[in-house]
Design a protein around this ligand. Structure first.
Ligand code: CAA
Length: 418
């Protein structure tokens, strides 16, 4: 690989279809998401009216391939929709996007029969989806799972407990990652489709969260849950970890887009407030220190947006590959760090009112934090990015001659790529 290929050269092309889907999402966000955001947050209730509006508008078809009744509109279109929804209510952004996260294992690795059976139902919005990877003792270390699936005749029997399942209870279909071979290092895990109502599959705890309170996050329990072998995703054991990683590469631009929406939503509110709030006889937007905050918030939000669109467009154009994995991690990490910073500054612009729940900005602040945690903590994103950088260092041979060899000798450092 040439050095130049380490630099993403991405033309971001917004198809007419993607822009139409974005406009539909904006309308739904304005009409049924934003007006209800505060109330549903307080009640910890899911916005079913908005989910049904998304289904009616065909927005769940976005990432579903055309052959299975979808739009084949891709990750960029998905990101545009998630951004619009999150601008109104960050929690509802994830309530939507988690359906893509849960269905990507089937889209990317499912058998033809699995795709035919499940994807049309997901696209129509008839069935909602959740993704069951994390466990109490396996969060960032996603390969350290304890939930097991044991072959029994033509079935598998699943046992154990999953943690932090977003959309749990609302979802009808769960993609569940479980250990099928304890002895293997790289082929330990397989993924299964588990349907709501399967005997032994229960939700035992609905979490009480700091933010995104409108979308349920639950513990799912599997007590001798018997699923037919045809629910093994891809029909082959041992592919689960790869499917999980490929899924996360596809889904992380969607989280980045939620973060961009959350940043823009907070910036818009702070901007409007700063023009109305008068102190020292002028709107506070006339004070240079407030102007600096607003300008910084706008610059950061726009940088995050461009990286997010580039990462999403790259996945649509080139599919799974190491560069896209790095781009997805960079977009997720930068955008969610930006969302936290922008939400914090937005509260500051609102001053004492910003700390009060009567004002909408406190919710943006509470909702922002999880963006830095879910779908891979930002520490994990930095690990992914750094591992790619270390590999890329091996491809920058031509720069070696500019680095005196004594540097290596003095510190005894080994060349990782030698
Ligand atoms: N695509 C395809 N394959 C990949 C891959 C990728 N992006 N990344 C790794 N792999 C493969 C490797 O090639 C390797 O394969 P072989 O064994 O055949 O060589 C295998 O997977 C293991 O790779 P690593 O050695 O790199 O794995 P690791 O154990 O060091 O872990 C990690 C890497 C990046 C830290 C990973 O564990 C990870 O991403 N952790 C975070 C998990 C996460 O994001 N959880 C979020 C849950 S979802 C959620 O939050 C939902 C919600 O509620 C909204």
């Amino acid at each position: 690989m040439q050095a130049a290929e380490n630099v993403m050269q991405q033309n971001i092309v917004f198809s007419e279809q993607a822009l139409e889907l974005q406009a539909l999402a904006r309308k739904i966000a304005d009409e049924v998401v934003r007006p209800k955001a505060a109330e549903l947050d307080e009640k910890h209730e899911y916005n079913m009216e908005a989910a049904q509006a998304l289904a009616k508008a065909g927005l769940f078809k976005t990432w579903i391939p055309k052959e299975y009744g979808g739009h084949s509109a891709g990750v960029l279109a998905l990101s545009l929709i998630a951004e619009e929804l999150a601008k109104a209510d960050s929690g509802f952004g994830v309530a939507f996007a988690v359906n893509a996260l849960g269905s990507f294992p089937i889209v990317l690795g499912g058998t033809e029969e699995q795709k035919k059976k499940y994807l049309p139902l997901i696209g129509n919005g008839e069935k909602f989806v959740a993704f069951c990877l994390s466990e109490k003792f396996a969060g960032s270390d996603a390969s350290g799972l304890a939930v097991t699936a044991v072959k029994d005749g033509d079935d598998y029997i699943i046992n154990g407990e999953k943690k932090w399942t977003t959309n749990g209870g609302i979802a009808d279909i769960y993609t569940v990652f479980a250990v099928t071979d304890r002895t293997s290092r790289s082929r330990r895990i397989s993924a299964f489709i588990v349907e709501k109502g399967t005997p032994g599959f229960t939700i035992n705890k609905v979490e009480n969260k700091m933010g995104i309170r409108g979308v349920p996050v639950v513990e799912t329990h599997f007590d001798n849950v018997r699923v037919p072998a045809e629910n093994l995703i891809g029909g082959r054991e041992g592919m689960g970890f790869k499917h999980a990683m490929m899924t996360l590469d596809h889904a992380r631009p969607g989280v980045a887009a939620q973060a961009v929406g959350a940043s823009q939503g907070a910036l818009d509110l702070a901007n409007v407030y700063a023009n109305r709030r008068v102190q020292f006889k002028v709107p506070i937007s006339q004070h240079q220190m407030v102007q600096k905050m607003l300008a910084d918030m706008a610059m950061k939000t726009e940088s995050a947006r461009q990286l997010t669109y580039a990462a999403a467009a790259a996945i649509d154009e080139k599919g799974p590959n190491p560069m896209n994995s790095k781009m997805a991690a960079m977009a997720k990490c930068l955008s969610s760090d930006v969302a936290m910073e922008v939400a914090t500054d937005a509260v500051q612009v609102f001053g004492g009112y910003g700390f009060m729940e009567d004002y909408p900005i406190a919710k943006f602040f509470r909702d922002a934090k999880i963006l830095q945690i879910y779908e891979g903590t930002n520490q994990v994103q930095r690990i992914v990015i750094a591992r790619h950088l270390i590999r890329e260092a091996g491809e920058l041979e031509h720069l070696k001659e500019f680095i005196p060899t004594e540097t290596q000798e003095r510190y005894g450092a080994e060349d990782l790529n030698a």
